[in-house]
Design a protein. Structure first.
Length: 124
């Protein structure tokens, strides 16, 4: 086999997903992190949903579920009108995102290190 050298498969990588649950229901993971980051960048739920290729309705559903399950307000909404609407992350949302990113990086590092220890340079 071309990709196999001394029993080790070159180019092999580990991929993993992490999420947070409340009461057995998923409340936050990579996709919802991307949604909040897009809202922060765009200042609009509608524009954020378009940017991450999600329907506006689904984005609203995710936001309502997150706020309900977490018990904190994540988005300050401004209704549309003459000057247009908008949305901004609350301080709670910013703090939650910061902590989630730290968790995500730490878990990914741990998974990567464990993968290397078990697989790298070892015969299958």
């Amino acid at each position: 086999m071309q990709n196999c050298q001394n029993g080790w498969i070159r180019g092999m990588k580990i991929k993993s997903k992490f999420w947070i649950e409340v009461g057995g229901s998923p409340v936050f993971g990579r996709g919802k992190r991307c949604l909040l980051e897009a809202i922060d960048k765009c200042g609009s739920i509608n524009q954020a949903a378009k940017e991450i290729k999600m329907s506006y309705r689904k984005a609203w559903g995710h936001l309502n579920a997150m706020e309900g399950r977490l018990g904190i307000k994540l988005i300050e909404r401004k209704a549309g009108g003459k000057d247009g609407g908008g949305a901004a992350l609350t301080e709670n949302a910013r703090n939650f995102l910061k902590k989630y990113r730290q968790l995500e990086r730490g878990l990914q590092h741990t998974v990567d290190e464990r993968f290397k220890k078990i697989f790298e340079g070892k015969k299958l």
